[in-house]
Design a protein around this ligand. Sequence first.
Ligand SMILES: [Zn+2]
Ligand SMILES: [Zn+2]
Length: 246
Amino acid sequence: MQALMNKAVSISQILGGIVYPRHCFYCERFISLQPALRICSTCQSSLQLNAPPFCQRCGRTAPQDALCVSCEEWQTPPGTLDHTYFLFTYQGIARQLIYEFKINEAEYSKSIIRHYLEGFLNHIPNPWDHIDYIIPLPPHKKTRLQKNDMNTTLARILGALIQRPVRPILKRTRTIAKQTALSRFERLSNPKGSLAIARSVGLAGKRLVLVDDVITTGATSEEAAHVLKEAGAKQVNILALARGEI
Ligand SMILES: [Zn+2]
Ligand SMILES: [Zn+2]
């Protein structure tokens, strides 16, 4: 009987853990009975959050009104994008969080991302009340594991926060080589001609924000900005979850 009761308790604990997950998604440390976010304070403080002042070229933290160390070193020329913003450096906990969001579409990962995105919007000097459309970058070919298009989900979260419409108008015209297999020069030129506008929504004079999961070289978002400005857009910004080190 005692064994049966013990079994019942452990089953209810397991079920309770599923209905109200009480542990940090990353380190599995107990947080509370009904945590608002499934990330513990230790993991929160280990997230590498991007903070202003932002580099005018790549969006990394930089001295006020100056380029960051990386853009100084590579002598990054001005691009077509007007502003680049990202929330995290792509490593450790942020990397796992984005993986959970992308592959599993886990609700808790959406809540954590919404929380940090809402906080990050306070860093943007002129709040995006002048933005006309939010445009998700089209996904690469989905992997077998991937359920949905993460960038559209992310664009909808941003759209709800800043009360702006989402317009998925870009399409990929060809599959580009995997960026990690290429040299820096090849990576920068690889996405040229790989994007087009799938349907017109009247872009003349519009101010846009692109949404992407992870920026690596920034070449794909530059290509998107180029295509959108050729179609008449006045301003193209990008907001990404993370930026990888190259
Ligand atoms: Zn943790
Ligand atoms: Zn920079």
